[in-house]
Ligand binder design. Structure first.
Ligand code: NAD
Length: 332
């Protein structure tokens, strides 16, 4: 099949594109290689992808609407996996317009591509952050929407709402995937695991917000990739379109969580790092950060029901894989 993977030089996009190429698909990877974090890491991921058969790279910004329109016109994509975005809850307090550009205009540009040139299935990344502070745990994707407490979360929720309206109006099959704290080899330098390991190796303390009283449904990258690919293979069907005609012209729209399905206390996560590094880590306890939530926990039952897949990798194994990659990549 013909795939477009946006954000292909990013953490998750890199792994998704690599798996697709290994399975024999044709993959166009798009990325603007921005400098939000170490661009050399993005280039190193990209170099690996460029060595794979079936991979073609397009350096482009999603906000360049004519270029994205031409890409869709030429690409005739069977599947689009839209992962490009401006990430980071805390950064969204400092650089708000990066979020309206990449996450809202960028999402719209992908939806417009699908509208004008067709796409068999648009799968896009959303986030556990859309649940905000309310609601019971585990979070269910079919529960009434929460209220995002950061601009990042609001922009991801906006993406879901735009996908819904385009599915409804133009019968584009879309599936939104709410990822829960993804970690693993080739991970992001702005995320906790990367920062903790870097600090620990420099013998600096790690910062634990909310006095360390946080819990996250940490999800290993291979579990995310498996969920994304299984979902991508199964476009939704059978929802009513804007005329309410269930069968004539379906307007398919779905949302799933992809999370390991178990909240892990930050302390247990740090212990897994200590075990993987074979040394103790100093902690610095700090207050809760604005925009953050105390706990996340995915209800992954619908993902299991649709795809037969249940995320499998626990934190000890996953953190060890990250640490092994980190030590090798940075030649520590
Ligand atoms: P990432 O930052 O590593 O990858 C995103 C990539 O998109 C980057 O390489 C960046 O250069 C590119 N990009 C950003 N804006 C762009 C634009 N306007 N045009 C073209 N390219 C652009 O992030 P990631 O962790 O791989 O996240 C992938 C997706 O998953 C994002 O949508 C993110 O919001 C979502 N998500 C990630 C996590 C996580 O824990 N990593 C959790 C929830 C949701």
């Amino acid at each position: 099949m013909n795939y477009l993977v946006t954000g292909a030089a990013g953490f998750i996009g890199f792994h998704v594109a690599a798996r697709l190429c290994a399975a024999g698909h044709q993959v166009v990877g798009l990325d603007n290689l921005n400098h939000y974090y170490d661009v050399n890491l993005k280039r190193a991921r990209l170099a690996r992808l460029l060595a794979l058969p079936g991979f073609h790279f397009v350096e482009q910004d999603l906000c360049n609407l004519p270029a994205i329109n031409s890409l869709f016109a030429e690409g005739r994509f069977d599947r689009v996996i839209h992962l490009a975005a401006q990430g980071g809850v805390r950064h969204s307090l400092e650089q708000p317009f990066a979020y309206s550009e990449s996450n809202i205009t960028g999402m719209l540009s992908v939806l417009e591509g699908g509208r004008h040139h067709g796409v068999g299935h648009l799968v896009y990344a959303s986030s556990s952050s859309v649940y905000g502070l309310e609601g019971s745990l585990p979070s269910r994707a079919d529960a009434p929407a929460g209220h995002p407490v950061s601009l990042y979360a609001a922009s991801k929720r906006a993406g879901e709402l735009m996908a819904h309206s385009y599915s409804h109006l133009y019968a584009i099959p879309t599936t939104g995937l709410r990822f829960f704290t993804v970690y693993g080899p080739w991970g992001r330098p702005d995320m906790a695991l990367f920062k903790f390991v870097r600090a620990a190796l420099a013998d600096e303390p790690i910062d634990l917000y909310n006095q360390g009283e946080l819990a996250r449904d940490f999800t290993y990258i291979d579990d995310i990739v498996e969920g994304v690919l299984r979902i991508a293979e199964q476009p939704p069907e059978g929802c009513p379109n804007w005329r309410g005609e269930a069968d004539a012209s379906p307007a398919p729209y779905r949302l799933y969580n992809i999370g390991h399905g178990e909240p892990v206390r930050l302390e247990a996560f740090v212990e897994a790092i200590e075990q993987a590094l074979g040394r103790p880590v100093r902690r610095r306890l700090l207050p809760m950060q604005p925009g953050d939530v105390a706990a996340t926990w995915a209800d992954s039952a619908p993902l299991l029901a649709t795809t037969g897949y249940r995320p499998q990798t626990g934190v000890r194994e996953g953190v060890k894989a990250f640490v092994d990659w980190y030590l090798a990549y940075y030649r520590v």
